[in-house]
Design a protein around this ligand. Structure first.
Ligand code: NAD
Length: 493
């Protein structure tokens, strides 16, 4: 690991980034942001006031006036600079992300890589999809053409679990297409985007108002969406918040991409090659300490796969080295807050109460040097039935529920009817026909075939169905249509 500068041990009270300046918030409402590995507070997060939200939107509106008229060939140069800056500060960003979120360094590096992939894809948009279309002579002497126009200011509201990548599912596309943004990171993990704003200010040279950053929670999001200067919202978070955001956006006539929670099943067929696959299955359940919208949550074993799959899952996951993410040898970090830990402990207790068999109990896992860190080891339930809450509700922690299915039809039925989420479903099999049946019949937006975390690359949309997604267009490349509107011109000369 090569760092250009050591990360700060503490970040004090965070500022807001408006009009290309750091501004102190006047808010008296302060949240606390932790280093989950040590349990210590590392920053205080001001929940922006209404005036500050208005100021952020106003900054973005002023920025939009000039930015939307800046040729795309100029705009894209800023993205090249942003890419270079992110690459040059790759390790610093990964470290801050681990420090604030708790995930391992390898996982944070993955987050930074996917962040930059989205900048790369947005750069490609400037030369391809940003263009309109023309059809001459659609009728005698009449030509018709379509141009894409930017729309204004967009709010980008993010969850805690990928503090860099998720803002970048939206941000670089909005910018290259001529819109401006107000980003509101999670109040739990605001530090990585704070670092990005610092880099933007010092190295990227974006004009004032193009990128603004404010902090806060639900109220700030509501203020942003209700502000008449905001044209739309890109939101990623839990389903309960997603539904409220989608409703509010609708009430205000705003366009919205709204991605919600998940409950993902990983199906193991009797013909699966477990020797080859178990690493990726364990990674799906316990990578990021289970705090991924694409994390495996139910392991659905088909027929005789049960015993073998359960044994492999238990043996491999109990070997994972729990510890602080900043130590390179750590394979699983803490969960994000003590509150999250309490919630997950409650879910495990509920599973026990429902009669599921806790075959691996991660509740008392400790990391001796960090007794106050928010650690939980992997927990695995066997004998889970599809009607138990632990197989239906999102737990967002390192907990696996093993459910038995009679055959593939039964497994697909459980996925399609067992929950109303539709973010991801995966199948492990060596039989192409099974894989084909699965991908065609499962009602989820992202499908993995012998892959445990089916995360679409930046140049694909990030799917989601049912309660995992509200809207029409998805994030990443789909945002080209979200951040622009089409105008059709019919002309005769
Ligand atoms: P969260 O819903 O608590 O918060 C997400 C964001 O919404 C935060 O910025 C928060 O301040 C804001 N917020 C919270 N409640 C709100 C409300 N009622 N109205 C408006 N805004 C509100 O989510 P989280 O705990 O930060 O993140 C974890 C959740 O995000 C999980 O459910 C996970 O599945 C989901 N997630 C989904 C995807 C996806 O692509 N579908 C990706 C990552 C995470």
């Amino acid at each position: 690991m090569t760092l250009r500068s050591e990360p700060a041990a503490e970040y004090g009270t965070l500022k807001l980034f408006l009009d290309n300046e750091w501004k102190e918030s006047a808010s008296e409402e302060l949240g606390l942001s932790f280093n989950p590995a040590t349990g210590r507070v590392i920053a205080k997060v001001p929940f922006a006031t209404k005036e500050e939200v208005d100021e952020a939107v106003e900054s973005a509106r002023r920025g939009y006036g000039k930015w939307s008229k800046t040729p795309i060939t100029e705009r894209v140069k800023h993205l090249f600079k942003l890419k270079e800056t992110l690459e040059n500060n790759f390790e610093e960003l990964a470290v801050v992300s681990t420090q604030n979120h708790g995930k391992t360094l390898a996982e944070s590096r993955g987050d930074v890589r996917r962040t930059i992939d989205n900048v790369d894809t947005a750069i490609s948009v400037a030369y391809t999809l940003a263009k309109g279309e023309t059809l001459d002579e659609i009728a005698p002497g009449i030509d018709e053409f379509m141009v894409r126009e930017s729309l204004g200011v967009f709010a980008i509201v993010c969850p805690f679990n990928f503090p860099l990548m998720i803002p970048f599912w939206f941000l670089p596309y909005a910018i290259v297409l001529g819109d401006t943004v107000v980003v509101k990171p999670s109040e739990i993990t605001p530090l990585p985007m704070q670092k990005v704003a610092d880099l933007v200010l010092q190295e990227v040279g974006l004009p004032s108002g193009v990128f603004n950053l404010i902090h806060g929670g639900k109220e700030v999001v509501e203020l942003l969406i209700s502000n008449s200067g905001v044209s739309g919202v890109g939101f990623v978070g839990s389903t309960s918040a997603a539904k409220q955001v989608y409703k509010l956006a609708g009430e205000h006539g705003k366009r919205a991409i709204v991605q919600g929670g998940a409950k993902n099943s990983i199906v193991v067929m009797p013909d699966a090659d477990l020797t080859r696959s178990i690493g990726s299955i364990v990674g799906s359940f316990f990578g990021n300490s289970g705090q991924r919208c694409l994390a495996g949550s139910n392991l659905v074993t088909v027929g005789e796969a049960h015993e073998k799959a359960l044994k492999s899952l238990v043996t491999t996951s109990t070997k994972l080295k729990l510890g602080p993410g900043l130590e390179e040898t750590t394979e699983m970090g803490p969960v994000v807050t003590s509150k999250a830990k309490e919630r997950i402990l409650g879910d495990i207790a509920r599973g026990v109460g429902e009669g599921a068999k806790l075959v691996t109990d991660g509740r008392d896992a400790e990391v001796l040097e960090y007794p106050d860190g928010f650690y939980l080891g992997p927990s695995i339930f066997d004998d889970v039935s599809p009607d138990m809450k632990i197989s239906k509700e999102e737990m967002f922690g390192p907990v696996a529920s093993v459910v038995s299915a009679k055959n593939l039809d039964d497994a697909i039925e459980m996925i399609n009817r067992g929950t109303n989420y539709g973010n991801m479903a995966c199948i492990y099999t060596t039989n192409g026909k099974n894989a084909r049946e699965f991908r065609m019949r499962v009602n989820a937006g992202n499908i993995g075939i012998n892959i445990g975390v089916a995360a679409p690359a930046a140049n694909f949309p990030f799917g989601g169905r049912r309660d995992s997604f509200f809207g029409v267009l998805h994030s990443q490349i789909d945002t080209v249509d979200f951040f622009t509107d089409k105008k059709v011109i019919v002309s005769r000369w």
